[in-house]
Design a binder for this molecule. Structure first.
Ligand code: FAD
Ligand code: DHB
Length: 389
C-alpha cells in the first residue's frame, strides 16, 4: 500500500493531523495499536485552548464542540480556606473551552469515517524503515498478516510509549526528564460540578482539582502516592479526602455519587529533541509530556499538529521545504514554554515529600503574589489560555 503521510497513532494528534491533511487533499493512513472503543474509553484532558478549537474548525469538526462545550472566562485557585480567581477574558480577551478529549477524539473519528479515511486498528509490530532516506516505509502486522505502507513522510503520533521516538538513533536524540514524586487519582461521576469554574486547590493534605465535563458530569482529581492503586480508594474515601482539600464552603456544597471511572496518572515533564529525523516527525506525547496541572498536554499536541500540517501543506502545494525543515525548532520553542508553565503551576500547587518549611513559605508567597499582582495574573492567564502559535 502507498500513501503520502503514514500516521502512527490514532489518538487526538494523529486523527487531527489526518483530517487537516485531508482538507488539503493530502492522503494519509492512520495505524492504531488499539481498537476505536479502547481509545474512546480513555478519560484524559478536559480544557481546550482557542488554538485547538480553531484547528478543529479548520478540520470541519467543531460543530458539537461549539454546541456542547462550555466557555470558561476564569479559574479559581485556593490555598487552605483562601481562594482567588484568575480572569482570562479580562487579561487576554480569550476564554478556554471545557470539552473532553474523549469527545474531541470521537468527533475526529466521525469525520475520518465520513471522509472514507483509512484507519487500521489493532496493528502490532509497527516498525519504521528508512526514515532518514527518500523512500521511508512502515511495516506492521494486522489480523496475523504482515503489511507494508510506503509513504513520503511519517508522522509519529503514537504517544509516550510508542515506537516513533525510539526509532531516532540515540546519538541524534536528546531527552530531558523530570519525574514528580506523586500521582493524580481522578474520578468521573454523574454529579453536578461543585462550582461553575474549575478550582485548583493547594492544601496541606496535597493538591486537588475540581473540574467537569458537563452539567451532570464532574471530573475530580486528588494528588496521591505513586504506590496507590485505584482499587485502594473507595468512592467514599475519595470524596472525604477531596472535601478536606478544598475550601470549607465548597466542600459543604459538593454533591457526591458513585464514580463511573477511576484511574491514577503519574506526573512527568519530558521533552525529546529534535522532533524531526529525516522524514519522520514526532507529534504530541510521542515527543513531550507535561504534568497535567494547567491542562497543557492535549493543547501542546495540537500546536505540534499545527506546525506539521502547515509544513506538509506548503511542501505539497508549493514544493517548499521551509515549514518541514523548521518544524522541530518551531514546535520545540512553544513546547518548552508549555513545559515551564506546567512545571511552575505543578510546583506551586502540590505537596512534595521532602518539602521544607522554607519551600512551603515560597509556595504561599507565589500564590499571594499571584493573588495581588495584575502582571502576574496576566502572565498566568496568557499561559493558561494558550500562548500564540
Ligand atoms: P495519545 O493520546 O497517547 O495517542 C497515541 C495513540 O497511539 C494511542 O491511541 C496509542 O494506542 C497509539 N499507539 C501507541 N503506540 C503505538 C504503536 N506502536 N503503533 C500504533 N499505535 C500506537 N492532558 C491534559 O491536558 N489534562 C489531563 O487531565 C490529562 N490526563 C491524562 C491522563 C493520562 C493517563 C495520560 C496518559 C495523559 C493525560 N493527559 C492529560 C495528556 C493528554 O491526554 C495527552 O497529551 C494527549 O492524549 C496527547 O495526544 P497524542 O495523540 O499525542 O497521544
Ligand atoms: C482537567 C485536567 C487538567 O489537568 C486540568 O488542568 C484541568 C482540567 C480535566 O480533566 O478536566
Amino acid at each position: 500500500m502507498k500513501t503520502q503521510v503514514a500516521i502512527i497513532g490514532g489518538g487526538p494528534s494523529g486523527l487531527l493531523l489526518a483530517q487537516l491533511l485531508h482538507r488539503h487533499n493530502i492522503e494519509s493512513v492512520v495505524l492504531e495499536r488499539k481498537t476505536k472503543d479502547y481509545v474512546l474509553s480513555r478519560i484524559r484532558a478536559g480544557v481546550l485552548e482557542q488554538g485547538l478549537v480553531k484547528l478543529m474548525e479548520e478540520a470541519g469538526c467543531a460543530d458539537r464542540l461549539h454546541a456542547e462545550g462550555y466557555e470558561h472566562d476564569g479559574t479559581l485557585l485556593s490555598y487552605g480556606d483562601e481562594m482567588f480567581r484568575i480572569d482570562f477574558t479580562e487579561h487576554t480577551g480569550t476564554p478556554v473551552i471545557v470539552y473532553g478529549q474523549t469527545e474531541v477524539t470521537r468527533d475526529l473519528y466521525a469525520a475520518r469515517e465520513k471522509a472514507g479515511g483509512l484507519i487500521e486498528f489493532n496493528v502490532d509490530d509497527v516498525v519504521i524503515h528508512g526514515a532518514d532516506s527518500d523512500a521511508p516505509y512502515v511495516t506492521y502486522r494486522v489480523d496475523g498478516e504482515d503489511r507494508r505502507l510506503d509513504c513520503d513522510f511519517i508522522a509519529g503520533c503514537d504517544g509516550f510509549h510508542g515506537v516513533s521516538r525510539q526509532t531516532i538513533p540515540l546519538d541524534v536524540r536528546r531527552e530531558y526528564e523530570k519525574v514528580y514524586p506523586f500521582g493524580w487519582l481522578g474520578i468521573l461521576s454523574e454529579t453536578p460540578p461543585v462550582n461553575h469554574e474549575l478550582i485548583y486547590a493547594n492544601s496541606p493534605r496535597g493538591f486537588a482539582l475540581c473540574s467537569m465535563r458537563n452539567e451532570n458530569l464532574s471530573r475530580y482529581y486528588i494528588q496521591c502516592s505513586l504506590s496507590d492503586k485505584p482499587e485502594d480508594w473507595t468512592d467514599e474515601a475519595f470524596w472525604q479526602e477531596l472535601k478536606r482539600r478544598i475550601p470549607a464552603d465548597q466542600a459543604a456544597r459538593l454533591v457526591t455519587g458513585p464514580s463511573i471511572e477511576k484511574s491514577i496518572a503519574p506526573l512527568r515533564s519530558f521533552v525529546t529533541e529534535p522532533m524531526r529525523w529525516g522524514r519522520l516527525f514526532l507529534c504530541g506525547d510521542a515527543a513531550h509530556i507535561v504534568p497535567p496541572t494547567g491542562a497543557k498536554g492535549l493543547n501542546t499536541a495540537a500546536s505540534d499538529v499545527h506546525y506539521l500540517y502547515h509544513g506538509l501543506t506548503d511542501y505539497y502545494a508549493r514544493g517548499s521545504t521551509e515549514g518541514i525543515d523548521r518544524y522541530s525548532e518551531k514546535a520545540l520553542a512553544r513546547v518548552w514554554k508549555a513545559e515551564r508553565f506546567s512545571w511552575w503551576f505543578s510546583s506551586m500547587m502540590h505537596r512534595y515529600p521532602d518539602q521544607s518549611e522554607f519551600d512551603l513559605k515560597m509556595q504561599v508567597a507565589d500564590l499571594e503574589f499571584l493573588r495581588s499582582n495584575k502582571a502576574a495574573q496576566k502572565a498566568m492567564a496568557e499561559n493558561y489560555v494558550g500562548l500564540p502559535y
